[in-house]
Design a protein around this ligand. Structure first.
Ligand SMILES: Cc1cc2nc3c(=O)[nH]c(=O)nc-3n(C[C@H](O)[C@H](O)[C@H](O)COP(=O)(O)O)c2cc1C
Length: 332
């Protein structure tokens, strides 16, 4: 898939932006399993102006973390331009604009999915972004605010504004994460666009990835919840699309090895205190569905040191056995 003369992807599996999750350690781990393009979590253009440690963490990258998109959100052109100016000091491959976040604290300020109610304003902001960015621009959107009637028009005006691709979560803002992904509505958007369409929503298994490709004709799929505690999903989807084979579910030894690797990157990036704190949620996702893991999962919120976290991982390896059904945090 070609996003710009410089960004030509050989893989059609992309890591979706996830707030509080897709930081540098997580992205580096996912890339080891076949994710090619990844995104930072959403960054508010207003907070780019304040050089806080948390914003610096969100902007951090490394040589093995490419290609990388930075995702920004803003309520108006003014903040957008200020944010862009700050980003010029960083080395990203593309800029993604968030018109998808359903959270009230975001939409009540006129950011995220709330812009889907103001298609003209959204198109104008995208044009400003395209005209003032040295990087290709993409748009992350939902189908609409409370229905999908305008999805094609919004995507088309983004294309007219010059975006290089549209990433589409196949739900409305009203649905948040409930109900079904609307495959037909994604297919309708794909049909009208010339730029690539990257589809998002409920890719929890190789079969669901194939369903997304088959039913929408999308150019690539974007994985979010399906990759939590389950980086293997990238290699599983790749294999399934190529051969129809489902790779075997990783054993506790494999899961423990990946957890140790991920935890080491977390310590390295955040330091020991925050590194342990950040990793707790991932321990819960990695161990979901394994027999005998429940007591460990209940205890992990009290773990404060790297030694104790490594003990927890070793306990998991020694005591737990294979998932009851499926695999991955959101499947059971
Ligand atoms: C914890 C979490 C955080 C998210 N943060 C962002 C974000 O920062 N920016 C964004 O565009 N979408 C965000 N999303 C939405 C995902 O990128 C994705 O579009 C959505 O979860 C649907 O995909 P899925 O069904 O594979 O999870 C987030 C989703 C989750 C679950």
């Amino acid at each position: 898939m070609r996003l710009s003369p410089k960004i030509v992807l050989s893989s059609n599996l992309i890591l979706a932006p996830m707030s509080g999750i897709t930081s540098l350690p997580y992205r580096r781990l996912m890339r080891k399993f076949g994710c090619e393009l990844a995104f930072t979590e959403m960054i508010n253009c207003r907070s780019l102006a304040y050089r806080s440690k948390s914003t610096a963490d969100m902007l951090a990258s490394s040589g093995d973390d490419r290609p990388l998109g930075v995702q920004v959100m803003a309520e108006d052109e003014n903040y957008l331009l200020k944010g862009l100016e700050r980003l010029s000091a960083y080395d990203f491959d593309l800029v993604d604009f968030n018109a998808a976040c359903p959270r009230k604290k975001v939409t009540s300020k006129g950011r995220g999915a709330s812009l889907l109610r103001e298609p003209k304003k959204l198109a104008a902001m995208l044009k400003v972004l395209v005209d003032n960015s040295r990087l290709p621009v993409t748009l992350k959107m939902r189908l609409g605010w409370d229905n999908s009637v305008k999805a094609c028009d919004i995507a088309l005006s983004a294309q007219d504004a010059g975006v290089s691709a549209v990433c589409l979560h196949g739900r409305t803002r009203r649905q948040c994460y409930s109900g079904q992904v609307d495959y037909a509505a994604i297919a309708a958007v794909k049909k009208v666009l010339k730029v690539p369409l990257i589809a998002s929503g409920d890719i929890f298994s190789p079969e669901l990835a194939k369903k997304m490709f088959d039913e929408t004709g999308c150019d690539a799929v974007m994985l979010a919840r399906g990759a939590l505690g389950n980086p293997w999903i990238f290699s599983q989807i790749k294999e399934y699309l190529k051969t129809g084979e489902i790779l075997t579910v990783p054993a506790p030894d494999d899961v423990a090895a990946v957890m140790r690797d991920h935890f080491a990157m977390s310590l390295d990036f955040y330091g020991s205190r925050a590194g342990v704190r950040q990793f707790r949620k991932f321990f819960i996702w990695y161990t979901k569905g394994f027999s005998h893991a429940r007591p460990l999962r209940m205890k992990v919120s009290m773990v404060n040191t790297a030694e104790d976290m490594l003990d927890m991982i070793e306990n998991f390896r020694a005591v737990c056995f294979k998932p009851r059904k499926g695999q991955g945090a959101w499947q059971n």
